[in-house]
Design a protein around this ligand. Sequence first.
Ligand SMILES: *Cc1c(COP(=O)(O)O)cnc(C)c1O
Length: 416
Amino acid sequence: MEIANGQYRIQNIPIEDIVNEFGTPVYIYDADKIAHQFTTLKSAFSDANIRIKYAAKALTNPAILKVLKNLGSGMDAVSINEARLGLQAGFEASDILFTPNCVDFDEISEGIELGLTINIDNIAILEHFGNKYHSTVPIVIRLNPHIMAGGNNKISTGHVDSKFGISIYQLPHIMKIIKTYDLNVVGLHMHTGSDILDAEVFLQMAEILFSIASDFKDLEFIDFGSGFKVGYKEGDVTTNVFDLGIKLSKAFRDFCKDYGRELEMWFEPGKFLVSEAGILVTKTNVVKITPATAFVGVNSGLNHFVRPMMYDAFHDIINISNPNGVQRVYTIVGYICETDTFGSDRKLNEVREGDLIVMKNAGAYAFAMSSNYNSRTRPPEVLIYEGKAHLIRRREELDDITRTLVDFEPNSEGNT
Ligand SMILES: *Cc1c(COP(=O)(O)O)cnc(C)c1O
């Protein structure tokens, strides 16, 4: 999103025009930004044999999946339905890494039938898998390195209390199972959580993986997961992918030399690829002045965009309808009957009823986490691709909410 001649635009299309066509609230995604992020990551690791597996849970619309596939990405799926959406979007089954956790074994079997690359994150599942498939199906093992990473516990998955991955301290047990069932391990995987601040955490994790990897003779790749941090506001520390690229590529090359073979280096970013590409455009319903606060009430809420409430995530919020207005301090809230505060005490250009309020960085974990709470419908999604706005999901209607209901009539004589 850029501002030109007092108008906010994406790929030169005024956001007001998009809103006039599709209404508010609306999610808008910029395909150029996604491509830019993808290319940035590729070039930061141009010294390594890098493969990017987009973590589809961040933003699952098939149009986005197709854009990423076109760029050369693979996909990381955390549920069988996500994997199916990936297949429908045109990904090869083998290009989809299936990384579920705490699922019924049947779901893993389905993934195997579909031909997905299976990532196993639990000893019991590994044994179950061994019993059923032996070496007939290659597998990836998700390890937990017990590195404390990420901004807070909700997004950190590598700490000792985490439910994700098999503890590296269980390695002897893993090796026994692999040997007993003659398992074919083609990849090792770690994902320590979102919002890793610096290259050191990755390097630490890499050293652990490398020391373990030498015990596995048939590896084709090592998957370093994700956790690239993007900027949410001015001055935020972000992952310097170029610094990381140089340091990790070198460590990886040294490892491959020792290992005796060139392996692929995998990443599975979600946020890094799509967060900054997305915005949520809302309309101001009311400006409500209370003794303590000036509230801006918009036509959206935690039903559409829960990150600020769920993770205390900071999202930049701007008034795009009054770029030259004086700045005032507002608290921006939603219309849900809950405390659904998007941002407290923010400086915005003076807000009037009807003004368009934009939440930035709303590409990742935004629409994907939306709900019908308060029986409200979900907004449409619009993709700006090659200078044109494409509706990639229409706005929901009441029918979309009632479709799954089954008729029921209570006893007309009243409860007995
Ligand atoms: C969620 C997830 C990712 C993506 O994390 P981001 O912080 O969005 O980059 C990658 N790998 C796995 C296994 C995940 O669960």
